[in-house]
Write a protein that binds this ligand. Structure first.
Ligand SMILES: NC(=O)c1ccc[n+]([C@@H]2O[C@H](COP(=O)([O-])OP(=O)(O)OC[C@H]3O[C@@H](n4cnc5c(N)ncnc54)[C@H](O)[C@@H]3O)[C@@H](O)[C@H]2O)c1
Length: 473
């Protein structure tokens, strides 16, 4: 018998921070759990009846990637504008072949899995776990044993700006992914200590440090995903655009190196102002002749994470169930949560829509002010960026059902860059979800029109900056 976590909850406890208590399960069950966990990964397997066959598949949070929703997709490159016909797609389903290698998110925790060959647990934990099974389950254990060996994970990830407020916790979260074989940490500040520290975690990936411009190229060789949180954060009273003068050059230089050393990598831009730094990166990659718009992403996951959290709190919903698409850009009013598209379907009063929208748009400022000069969101940002990395790795790993919101080159509206829900595949953006922009409420339609001038100006500012300072071929 296979139990889904959702039905398991009556018998076992699944609670934040993701403590999965499997005690008291009926002993005639063969339990196969796909527990999708977010750090800290705390799995309590004590007291599990000895005739159980247990296989676990621990995964990092990637909520949207695991969302069940019905909508429509437009193939990337031939995107449907709102109102145009697009192909319907159904509720997500794991392919049985994919399951053992999947690393899905919180919501995927509700899905039923087959036996897994991957886990965040290290060898020692595996051994202890294995030994705890009684001999009468030996036959099954043999199978279990095979599955408990950490599989050879295969992706290299580089974090540029790894010594920073976001970079450090982000690197820790990436270090916990079983899909990562090598983690390259680069910073202009000394990153040796961070790497030494992280390298003691008994998770599969090897951690390498690269400090200073002379080591940048090596940090990028053979890398599959590059995440860029390098740059200065906001202080109270600053807008993201105030960071432009410093961060534009940082992103430009780093992207030049990416173009030269790992032009096929997925590129995740965290550095603000994302509305401009992504167009800068696109221009630089174009000048270098290696631009693939399907692989360049502005990380807007934090807006989705915040929207999900605030909506769940407001409407007293189970956080794990909530999914709010956030479109537009990543600054002030350009952040547009589409509350009418919230899953599960929920109704809001006009006051709630106004209050939630404004809070989601200003959530970054909430943190900046609370930190009172010590920077902007780092921990929630690291969590969100790690989720986006994990989703990208899952897509690269062959999961055919990965969805996230991201700020990308887009034809969804008249602006050349726009954040929306996308489907990720092995080659990057596989489709843009146009359905989210259909049937908007009056409030959302007005907000969409209102954000366009600011987003357009930010895009043009970024492009003009990159065009004024052409790169060496
Ligand atoms: N996309 C988002 O949702 C989001 C959210 C929060 C913050 N941010 C942005 O992320 C960026 C980083 O924020 P933080 O709080 O980690 O800042 P931080 O100052 O704590 O860390 C930045 C790191 O970048 C490094 N750095 C600077 N120039 C570099 C270069 N040329 N090459 C490599 N590394 C370099 C610094 O040495 C530092 O370690 C900021 O621009 C911030 O605005 C984005």
């Amino acid at each position: 018998m296979v139990l889904a976590i959702s039905s398991l909850e009556a018998e076992a406890t699944v609670r934040l921070p993701f403590l999965v208590d499997l005690k008291g399960l009926p002993s005639d069950h063969v339990l196969v759990v796909e527990a999708t966990l977010s750090p800290p990964f705390l799995v309590d397997l004590k007291g599990l009846p000895s005739d159980h066959v247990l296989a676990t598949d621990y995964k990092m949070a990637a909520t949207a990637a695991a969302t069940s929703f019905i909508g429509s997709v437009a193939p990337y490159g031939a995107q449907a504008r709102p109102g145009s016909k697009s192909k319907p797609f159904g509720i997500r389903n794991y392919s049985p072949n994919y399951l053992p290698r999947s690393f899905s998110g919180l919501k995927a925790a509700t899905s039923v899995s087959c036996e897994s060959d991957s886990s965040f647990l290290g060898n020692e934990s595996y051994a202890a776990l294995r030994d705890s099974f009684a001999p009468r389950a030996e036959k099954r254990n043999q199978k279990f044993e095979n599955h408990l060996q950490p599989r050879a994970s295969s992706f290299k990830v580089a974090v540029l700006g790894a010594a920073g407020g976001i970079g450090q916790p982000l690197s820790l979260l990436i270090k916990m992914s079983p899909l990562v074989s090598a983690l390259h940490l680069y910073d202009i500040a000394n990153v040796k200590g961070v790497a030494a520290d992280l390298s003691h975690c008994n998770t599969p990936s090897q951690v390498l440090d690269f400090t200073g411009a002379s080591e940048l190229a090596n940090s990028l060789k053979g890398v599959d995903v590059v995440v860029i949180p390098a740059g200065v954060p906001r202080k109270p009273g600053m807008t993201r655009d105030d960071l432009f003068n410093i961060n534009a050059s940082i992103v430009k230089n780093l992207i030049e190196a990416v173009a030269d050393n790992c032009p096929d990598a997925f590129i995740h831009i965290v550095s603000n102002p994302v509305n401009s730094t992504v167009p800068i990166a696109a221009e630089i990659l174009k000048q270098k002749g290696v631009y693939d718009p399907k692989k360049l992403f502005g990380v807007t996951t934090l807006d989705v994470v915040r929207a999900n959290t605030f909506v769940a709190q407001k409407k007293n919903l189970k956080l794990i169930d909530v999914d709010v698409p956030v479109v537009g850009g990543h600054a002030g009013i350009t952040i547009l949560p589409l509350l009418s598209k919230t899953k599960p379907s929920v109704s809001f009063t006009d006051e709630e829509v106004e209050e939630l929208t404004v809070r989601i748009q200003n959530a970054g400022t909430e943190v900046v002010e609370a930190k009172a000069g010590a920077g902007s969101a780092t921990l929630s940002m690291a969590y969100a960026a790690a989720r986006f990395v994990e989703s990208s790795l899952r897509a690269l790993d062959g999961d055919a059902d990965v969805y996230e919101c991201s700020y990308i080159q887009s034809e969804l509206i008249e602006l050349p860059f726009f954040a929306s829900r996308i489907k990720l595949g092995k080659k990057g953006v596989e489709a843009v979800i146009s359905a989210d922009l259909q049937g908007l409420t009056d409030y959302e339609a007005k907000a969409l029109e209102a954000l366009k001038p600011e987003l357009k100006a930010s895009i043009e500012k970024g492009m003009a900056f990159a065009q004024k300072q052409p790169v060496a071929a």
